[in-house]
Write a protein that binds this ligand. Structure first.
Ligand code: DQA
Length: 141
């Protein structure tokens, strides 16, 4: 089963960006780990990251056309992008992931325009949240 793990802006900086909030695991290590973990779960995992909203929308359309499950960390777009929310709504199954506990931070991070259509939401579990999301795909999608 195909799974897209799609990451929005600034997430390519994992491992160097605000390590107190997001941890020390680098984006490339995370990506390699998820492909390998996915294989063990029988999933064909593809991990991508972009700084460009239109590119993310195109990827969500691709996932919708392929009827692929999506693990989505849209970064700051989570909080305000109706365009990403509309594109995500086309995907048959998506799990919203946030590495940090968005409820323990600035007020603007507490609201997500993506949550209403999500099949699950994983918040504050560090990068391990992505593994939990893959487990949820296996269990439910
Ligand atoms: C994030 C939380 C967002 O508020 C932030 O803009 C990010 C990362 C997280 O994974 O905790 O870029 O989605």
């Amino acid at each position: 089963r195909k799974v897209f793990v799609l990451n929005g802006p600034n997430l390519g900086r994992l491992g160097t960006r605000q390590t107190d909030v997001y941890g020390a695991v680098t984006y490339s290590d995370l990506a390699a780990h998820l492909v390998e973990t996915g294989e063990g779960m029988g999933l064909d995992v593809e991990v991508r990251q972009t700084e460009h909203e239109g590119e993310m929308i195109t990827w969500l359309h691709e996932a919708a056309d392929a009827q692929a499950a999506v693990v989505l960390n849209a970064g700051a777009w989570t909080h305000y992008s109706y365009a990403i929310a509309d594109a995500a709504a086309l995907v048959p199954f998506y799990v919203e992931v946030h590495i940090s506990n968005v409820h323990a931070r600035e007020e603007f991070r507490r609201h997500s325009v993506l949550s209403a259509n999500a099949s699950g939401i994983i918040v504050g579990c560090g990068v391990g949240g992505y593994d939990l999301a893959l487990a949820h795909v296996v269990a439910s999608a």
